[in-house]
Ligand binder design. Sequence first.
Ligand code: PBG
Length: 325
Amino acid sequence: MSAFPRTRLRRLRRTGALRDLVRETTLAPSDLVLPMFVQEGLDGRTSIGSMPGVDRFSVAEAVAEAGAAAALGVPAVLLFGIPREKDPDGSGAWDDEGAVQLTTRAIKDAHPDVIVITDLCLCEYTSHGHCGRLRDDGSVDNDETLGLLARTALSQARAGADVIAPSDMMDGRVAAIREALDDEGLSDLPIMSYSTKFASAFYGPFREAADSTPAFGDRRSYQMDPANGAEAVRESVLDAQEGADILMVKPALPYLDVLWRVKERTGLPLAAYHVSGEYAMIKAAAAAGYIDERAIVLETLTAIRRAGADIVITYYAKDAAKWLQ
Ligand code: PBG
């Protein structure tokens, strides 16, 4: 009798706390990063149509939000800036008085323990919405853009950023930023690179939030093809070779296989970005009463951790932290 193999752990799990003894993956508020949009010249906060529950903040509101996240155990925020004016080169990105710079200083003053990560890209600052300087034919000039990114990194570092997070996907930008930081004596400042970033429809709501939809064309020449897994791993490996300290896969849920491969291959600290479209889908289904929001979010974030993410960047950070208390 009973000659077949049995999974006795199943029985063990039925008995309360013993479940924790055999659990492979943990999810805690300390794993999460809260992305925030800060808008130059804004008074208070404004809502974002396609991201219910997420607002654009003034500097003061952003400081309050970072404090609220920290009180829930969320250790870090990721800042995106929305400038008052945009121009072809995106010069607002390296304005020492820009929204990201002012907010970074204000958060570090009010909450020195909060880790401030600054997103580094030009698309929120360029009038055409692309992530770099354009050539006459409208294509992005990769190499000419590197200097602008390095300049922005230095401005963010001067403001007190704890981690610089380039999200533009230009080739060579991690090396260019690393060199600029080192030359300024900032060799201790880490870079969290958006190392594997897919050209994804899941960024739609973000582009409404940051007003950064490309005026023409798309980002497929510098963002990754969703069909390519091996190339995705190579992109992350290149960034690691250029000096990235933390790698990232973005979006998260549709790319769990890539997360796993990047983690196995590099062993570096790895972040996953649960992006705006992933957030919006859960919100919409929950609002319609089709799913249990809390259960879906905790299951999703746990799955992202299981696939290899050390860090999960999510608009649900505060809610999840509350649910995990
Ligand atoms: C900037 C950037 C984007 C996101 C993060 N940084 C937009 C894009 O590449 O179009 C998307 C984040 C999200 O969807 O939540 N390059």
